[in-house]
Design a protein around this ligand. Sequence first.
Ligand code: AMP
Ligand code: MG
Length: 619
Amino acid sequence: MSQNQQTRSRGSVDQDQFLTILSREDAIERFQAALFPRPLPGELRRLADALGCALAEDVVARIDVPPFDRSNVDGFAVRSADLARAAETSPVRLVLNDEVIACGFAPSRPVLSGTATPIATGGPLPRGADAIVMVEHTQPTGNRSIEVRRAASPGQFVSYAGSDIARGEALLRAGTVIGSREVGMLAACGIAQVQVVRKPRVAVLSTGDELVEPGQALRPAAIYDTNGAIVAAAIDENGGEANFLGAVADNEAALEAAMRQALSGHDMLVLSGGTSKGAGDVSHRIIARLGPPGIIAHGVALKPGKPLCLAVCENKPVVILPGFPTSAMFTFHDMIVPVLRRMAGLPPRTDAKVTAKLPVRIASELGRIEFVMVSLVEGADGLIAYPSGKGSGAITPHVRVPDLVIVGSHCTGLDLVTAPLARAGLTVRSIAVGSLGGLAAAKRGECDLAPIHLFDEKTETYNTPHLGEGLELVPGWRRMQGIVFRKGDKRFEGLDAEAAVRAALADQGCIMVNRNQGAGTRILIDRLLGGARPEGYWNQPRSHNAVAAAVAQCRADWGMTIAPVAHASDLGFIPLAEEHYDFALVTARKNRPVVKAFLDALVSDEARAALVSAGFRPA
Ligand code: AMP
Ligand code: MG
């Protein structure tokens, strides 16, 4: 987009911000062309502070490592020629010289023919000696001599000076990233400080009236500022030095002041939020006033991440990431990290690439490159990629395949059971896709266990009737289902479930919160309602917690959830029926040690006690 177009679109109504959507490649190319990202100038850093930095220049070894010929064993420094004829049947006797070469001891006496000098591992070879005989291969004879019964080859058990690193050799090349190995090489050469590419100082600002910093209390309708922390951490991970300046309210003047100040003291500015078309989204307008050339791209054909805004002001990159944390992280890693790494002198990131099959269909939009977060699990033939949520929780990429895979209905009790496995160093991935989804995954052999709580109306029993071939039931625990309401609500206090629902139906102003079709809880609700469709019936969230939140926040007056969730939200609770939360175990995976460990943990005293104290009843 030319600057003219930009200016015009900004001058007119807000709605045409995204008139020119660039392809991902175009956006990257224009951004980099406007910026010419290159390594920042070098600075001298002490080794201890240089970890993760890129060397700004070649480092030449000024000494040999080791600096002298060194013994690799405890033994005796000898002349190999003296031992040429030594054998079991013809031992050679050597007279010991009057010194012992310990580490750090500079020998002063030569090893003359027919003599030997005791030497420790790491000790410098004395003059005249050309080999070491291991102490195990010698016999003391009398006070000051030894017998040797095998020949020694020249150079035996000796590391020659410069054999690790040769003086004058290019030890490390410019651009090398300093890790522990490089620190070791530099230290071995006696180098205490190095010229490294200065880390780009990156100012990070979050924007939004709704943001509260972690550690502070969450006020109504507010959310925690996720982007500030995650963007700052990702900057540090990629060679930058993040300076998080906090969250700024959606106030144009305040934001402009904060952005100007941030830009003046830093090499780069990364904002998040305020880039879409919503009211109060002002950051992108401010950029135009920060200096030429200004906005390079605003709107990229990327999903997630469309509202990304890339700008260059006074030769510094200024980036506004989309507000949603998942979108912010995708665009940051995809478009900003390469620039940051180049400024830091670091090579491009090498991400592990694996091929995996999708177990479900994903609809994607034409003309946009779409990234989807997945959890990798081992399938019957190859890796399976389970798309994971797009919420702010979906911000942790893993490439590692876990030891134990649990796919199905989620329950907080599950973490109590898997805790000892995690302590033992096993990785457990539990993927919440609901009972039916878990059952399907188990039937395809994509998980070890599927937690389910499926009521069968015909037999009036839980779970067992739903198992197919290749699956077996492992009893889990019982969860009390019941009606939740705000404590003190006179409509419900002291009633049983049937009476509470009658009371709710009798009150026109009373709003319920339902559950999604297919949930075990939904079946109970529909039975209780007996065909009634009160206000709120169509509000059908997908989790126990969402029901509790709706009631606690007065968006609804009653709903059905499980006791531990109700108690955690300090809600009133009327018990109705116990539901069976069990595991469909994939028989073919039954003998895996990690599965056995899970089954052991499930019936352990520790897990049972933890379940009971969290409000569950172990089966
Ligand atoms: P915006 O682009 O400012 O309209 O933000 C889009 C969405 O992302 C809104 O739901 C914001 O509440 C959310 N959001 C923006 N910034 C942050 C942040 N720093 N942390 C978490 N969520 C955010
Ligand atoms: Mg905002």
